[in-house]
Design a protein. Sequence first.
Length: 174
Amino acid sequence: MVALLNILESIQGFIELGGNVLWAIMAVLLCMWTLILERYWFFFWVHPTRRREILAEWEAREDTHSWYARRVKDEMVSRAKQDLKKNVLTIQTLIAVCPLLGLLGTVTGMVAVFDVMAFFGTGNARAMASGVSMATIPTMAGMVAALSGVYFGTYLDHKADVEVEKLEDLMRPQ
């Protein structure tokens, strides 16, 4: 319990140093990782069952060679592709938003520096340093947040494409 309180105090101190933009970065990061974990759950636990159901439905058809059968197959694959690609674009968008929020934090931090300079001049280095930390910490946080999701967003997009191709290959007429 004490360790958890120490962690929460550290997070609160970090957010105070970086300004309010860090709350937005944290919210975007939470949404992004929730969607990433949901997609992994779908790929490894839900999709195999759905793939078996689709293949069973396809194999139960008497006609798998006609033009109409190919259209049915295309529709089944298209539905599976929609399920596989669900939220992947949202994840990639959230990844792209993180550095932009970091840039917003940079701008708001620099505005704070200019406010200090307008009020005190350049003589109060401590007050200016506070604004500089408000400018650099969100930039770093936005980049780290985006980098934490880049690999997984790319992997999920590629995994969806591969799974669609596998499904199409399994549904080829014999």
